[in-house]
Design a protein around this ligand. Sequence first.
Ligand SMILES: [Zn+2]
Length: 244
Amino acid sequence: MGPVLNGLSKLQSVENRLRAAKAKLTRCRRNVVIQESQVRNLQNAFQAKKEEIQLTQVQYDRLELEMRSRDADIAKLRAVLNTAKTNKEYAAVLTQLNTTKADNSKNETQILDLLKDIEADQAECKEMQRQIEEQKQLLEKTRAESSVLADKYEAEIREIQQEWDEAAKDIPPEPLEIFKRVAETYDGQAVVEIASPDDKKKAHSCGGCFMKITSESVNLLMSRDELIRCPNCTRILVLADSQG
Ligand SMILES: [Zn+2]
């Protein structure tokens, strides 16, 4: 291989390391984002639970008010019962009194159920608060760790970028442009080796997309320092060390 293809091959290996370092930086930052959203989700669930408790509390207050007002009714009906002048009147007031009492005891059951709900929800809230605190601590820990790691990765990236610039320096502008464009398309993989067939009668193929590569292209690569691109995927083809 001549200097251009050789240069592109070297640039490819630096490109690989550069991409790997950038991916590590992205992953380490994403960890923080994921945990931030976990804290937010827990906080939202906590808020929703609190609102649920408030609604139950409103219902509870209303039922309790009803019960107290019925208690007053019951007291009044008892007084009326004591002063009833006829049996008929007595029976009518007694029926009313019993109905009111029955209503109240139904009411009481409902109130107790609501109270149980509120207590269960409050316990859940407490548990949620504990989880939020735990998750927040984890987040802070991850933030601190990520920040240290990110600094390290950023330094690594700067270093590899310098190597990249150095490796790109002697490559003519046109091939370099093509390299960059193809690298963008294939997540950094711009230069691929031609795969030799196991069976000599079979064709060579592109190391990127496995499409057949003609022997003319292979011969051209052996004799000239020119860019040959895969007709299918447009990646830049080079010969493996053993081929060139
Ligand atoms: Zn290809």
